[in-house]
Design a protein around this ligand. Structure first.
Ligand SMILES: O=C(O)C(=O)C[C@H](O)[C@H](O)COP(=O)(O)O
Length: 211
């Protein structure tokens, strides 16, 4: 578990991707690698998601996780496909229990103190804060940190290059997730050069932030 959290923490950004055609998965990974972020959370929002995870799990230089995992059955399916971590928009105790039982790092979505109580119950170290901007953004994250100091967050939802630095300035933010690097339309239209450009721009910003 620590291994994956450490890898995500070092990356600081987790690209969230909805990919229709699994044949595009390798070109997507090439673009993210070229831009400097060798990771993606491939969501199960599309029919091609599971196959894309399977393709990318064969690349040791690339960290592939699964997103939009809504059930323990889906967690089992993405584990079979080779996902190295699981993310969900909300907190499903069955999904979390399955992942914990199978030593698969899981980052369920939380958006309230009640959800955070469940995270404590499951002894989770890191949760997703979703939808971050719509739920009050930095202000809410600061309020959560008061009573839940042992928990760290991966804010996602409404994050872009314009507010990334603000989120990453909070020491209890591990990394931010977001779709701004590889929007579905860019993948579908084969505009991988644009994905390289957006990823490289994000990488430069991350360097500036940490300088
Ligand atoms: O599909 C999931 O598993 C989700 O929980 C939602 C995604 O993480 C967000 O939709 C990304 O948000 P944006 O960066 O604002 O596009």
């Amino acid at each position: 578990m620590d291994g994956i959290i450490g890898e995500i923490e070092a990356l600081k950004v987790v690209p969230v991707v909805a990919i229709e055609n699994p044949d595009d998965a390798n070109r997507l990974a090439d673009a993210l690698l070229e831009g400097g972020i060798p990771c993606a959370e491939i969501t199960l929002r599309t029919a091609g998601g599971l196959k894309a995870i399977e393709a990318l799990s064969k690349r040791p230089e690339f960290l592939v996780g699964a997103g939009t995992v809504h059930s323990d059955q889906q967690a089992a399916a993405v584990a079979d496909a080779g996902a190295r971590f699981v993310v969900s928009p909300g907190f499903n105790p069955k999904t979390v229990a399955w992942c914990k039982d199978h030593d698969l790092p899981v980052f369920p979505g939380i958006s309230s103190p009640t959800d955070l109580e469940m995270a404590l119950e499951f002894e989770l170290e890191v949760v997703k804060f979703f939808p971050a901007e719509a739920m009050g953004g930095i202000k809410t994250l600061k309020a959560f940190h008061g009573p839940y100091q042992s928990i760290r967050f991966m804010p996602t939802g409404g994050i872009s290059m314009s507010n990334l630095a603000d989120y990453l300035s909070l020491p209890w933010v591990v990394a931010c997730g977001g779709s701004w690097l590889a929007k579905s339309n860019l993948i579908a239209e084969g505009r991988f050069d644009e994905i390289v450009r957006l990823t490289a721009e994000t990488t430069s910003l991350l360097k500036e932030i940490s300088a």
